[in-house]
Design a protein around this ligand. Sequence first.
Ligand code: UDP
Length: 474
Amino acid sequence: QQTLKPLHVAIVPTPGLGHLIPLIELAKRLVVHHNFAVTFIIPNDGSSITPQKKVLEAVNLQSISSTFLPPVDLDDLPKDAHIVARIILTMTRSLSALRDSLKVLNESTRVVALIADVLGSDAFDVATECNVAPYLFWSSNAMALSFGFYLPSLDETTSGAYQDMLEPVQLPGCVPLHGRDFLDPVHDRNNQGYKATLSVSKKFKLAYGIMVNSFMDLEPEIFKALKEAQVSQGFPAVYPVGPMIKPSSTRKSDGEHECLSWLDSQPRGSVLFVAFGSGGTHSLEQTKELALGLEMSGQRFLWVVRSPNETTKIGTYFSSNAQQKDALSFLPDGFLERTKGVGLAVSSWAPQIQVLSHESTGGFLTHCGWNSALESIVNGVPLIAWPLYAEQPTNAVLLADDIKIAWRVKMNDKGIVEGKDIAKYARGLIEGDEGRLLRNKMKELKEAAKVALSQQGSSTKSLAEVAEILKGHK
Ligand code: UDP
């Protein structure tokens, strides 16, 4: 009987729904297509586990279970510690609980692999100790992964702030990347966020393989360069297995959101969707400029408005945006009345995947979170790229300069994107020649994404290859 039991995979996500959601999609495929059982072992930084529990419960597959590790104490962290330091330390301080959990699981079943996510490579040591093969799931793109691979050598061979480097870095297979577009935790070499990022990057090499939430036709040159680096520099094998995004639920399943019926009454491809991910916020001044720009553009828009925040652009990463009821009260006087009929502003949250798959949506002004980028690609919606934090500036370079499906915003000397420019981008994307070019390229990629995930597609084959290797670890 023992031999008929499915082999087990442990998945260890770091805090934040943006990491968990694609990992759930990975788990579903491992279970449904490759007959594994999966247990999520989830470290906790002390914030509510309700949002994570909710998305896990919705999976409803017997072979997927989850266990939450006890919350860690982060009270000793300085107030200005980078969020990435918080996330990585959550993992580091959970290692002993993770070890216990993995041992218990290993006693009742055969765990063949532990899959950690982008910021969780500290878990590799525990995996190796428990005789479990360590893997990484990279929830972002291949360009950001390349940066991670080369960060340790950049650290050794350069000095000073990366933002001040005069020349861009030329990562193999990638378009040039300026220091100012490096992921934000590495901007200040003295911050804990930098040290933590560098330390997890150094461990990437220990992975037996790295699955990437991207696909071959999206970043062909970069995947090719990563393959070469595997041979020439001993980097781990890299497997493009995406796009893995949350499937679109039926409209009524979570209660119909008002914006969907509003979209129903708009002309095809006419609406600019404006949203900044699960955590993105702006200052009051920037919120007002954005309002001004959307109004000046005369374009139809659907805007997910957040309460302004003067100190950070990551307003609500760990908490729920549903708590922000009053975001619309920060909009300029008379804005809602003047734009009535043309635009709709909603507070804090909209069902993004349903919005992007709606035929009235013609463009997306996005913060370039990688889930958002993939969700646009599978729906063929062209982008205005307005990166805020994390690896979003690198994503913006990839989307605008390499793949050419986004128009990147420019900031003035004060770091503000001005209203008149926002109006130009909105008009250009929805009605102009700029938008036409980006839309055509997007349509090609929408098809390519579909093909990659089809039965004989590159991502399907790539995941099957990983699955076979995992079975070999038995
Ligand atoms: N999202 C949503 N409604 C919103 C804002 C975000 O449904 O109003 C979802 C979006 O569809 C995506 C995720 O939240 O799946 C955001 O992930 P992403 O990687 O784009 O950005 P992050 O939140 O990690 O910055």
